[in-house]
Design a binder for this molecule. Structure first.
Ligand SMILES: Cc1cc2nc3c(=O)[nH]c(=O)nc-3n(C[C@H](O)[C@H](O)[C@H](O)COP(=O)(O)OP(=O)(O)OC[C@H]3O[C@@H](n4cnc5c(N)ncnc54)[C@H](O)[C@@H]3O)c2cc1C
Length: 305
């Protein structure tokens, strides 16, 4: 049975594509294809789709691809994109001290920051500069400037490979720095954020300030995936890479940013292999010079070409 027939047979309402090039779906604008990609119409449709995918098959959820690299040889897997359909955001409750915001996984993280400010809350500003989705922020425990996603999570909603949706408590997950370990084979479909009440105007100003800081320090004009490496304890990956004299080093179309050494930019036509070669170079050079093993923050999947 081909994919169109599978789709019709199961009454799916989303869009299913085969051999989908991922370069246009990841912020690095580089890399290979996935065997199948699905854009669900909504959560019920997603559940119906998941029941058609064999549990033997690799499955990935993808938001805005701002922390992801698919190797040039592609990946034999199914990818579910959340950002077309899972886009509800609402105020779920307001209390004396906090407000609660319900956001589906496909909502862009900056929208949560602005929504919180609009409703007179302070504490979600850090999300304004993280160019991914709520699902990606939950999976990565994304954070910056002292804020971390899971610090403001009240509950999450997950979906498993049989399409069963569950409400889960934060205690069901082990949360660390850019690390989240939870029940296996469950992906995020939504979260409820609990944000302290505060001054909305102050929050909006803080968002502007944080965004200006980013514009001044990050190479936002060129395709990138944010910080490539986690910061090692009590140090900064950017400082170590810069101290090795690697800023501006190029492989093919990829370059270790001259502006921020923990960023690798696509200067045009970079392959995933070019990017990965620079990742390896930075890791090896910093390892040799400082004895520090830099760990990749960016998720890399697939086969080399
Ligand atoms: C310019 C720039 C600046 C950045 N700054 C920061 C920063 O300050 N702090 C920071 O932490 N990150 C930063 N990042 C990295 C990135 O934006 C974050 O990690 C973001 O949260 C990823 O979200 P995404 O939707 O793009 O995820 P994707 O890149 O699509 O996916 C990342 C990972 O999350 C998984 N995932 C995605 N959605 C789901 C889901 N619904 N359920 C389960 N798993 C899922 C994917 O399978 C993958 O493993 C930056 C990136 C860029 C390009």
């Amino acid at each position: 049975m081909n994919m169109m027939e599978v789709s019709r047979l199961h009454g799916l309402r989303g869009e299913l594509r085969q051999s989908e090039s991922m370069a246009k779906h990841v912020s690095w604008r580089a890399g290979g294809a996935v065997a199948r990609a699905y854009w669900p119409a909504d959560v019920d449709d997603l559940a119906a789709f998941l029941r058609t995918v064999s549990t033997a098959e690799a499955l990935y959820f993808v938001g805005l691809g701002s922390n992801l690299l698919i190797r040039d040889g592609g990946v034999q897997a199914t990818v579910v994109f959340t950002h077309w359909a899972l886009r509800q955001i609402s105020l779920s409750s307001t209390g004396e001290h906090n407000i609660e915001i319900f956001a589906e996984a496909g909502i862009a993280s900056p929208k949560v920051a602005r929504f919180a400010a609009l409703h007179g809350a302070e504490g979600a500003e850090f999300l304004a500069g993280i160019p991914g989705t709520v699902g990606g922020a939950l999976a990565m425990n994304a954070g910056c400037y002292g804020g971390e996603t899971w610090n403001i999570v009240a509950t999450v909603r997950t979906i498993d490979r049989q399409g069963v949706v569950r409400q889960r408590a934060t205690s069901d997950f082990r949360i660390g720095y850019r690390s989240v370990v939870g029940p296996e084979n469950e992906a995020f479909v939504a979260a409820t954020f609990c944000v302290p009440r505060g001054d909305g105007e102050k929050s909006r100003n803080k968002i502007k300030e944080l965004l200006s800081k980013r514009i001044a320090s990050q190479p936002l004009q060129q395709p990138n995936a944010g910080s490539v490496f986690r910061n090692p304890p009590n140090d900064h990956a950017a400082r170590l890479i810069e101290a090795c004299g690697l800023k501006g080093t190029r492989v093919g179309g990829a370059e270790i940013s001259r502006r921020h050494a923990n960023f690798i930019v696509n200067t045009g036509g970079a392959s995933a292999a070019d990017i990965e070669a620079l990742i390896d170079l930075a890791q090896n050079t910093v390892g040799e010079k400082f004895g520090v093993k830099l760990e990749c923050e960016v998720r890399i999947i697939g086969e080399r070409a």
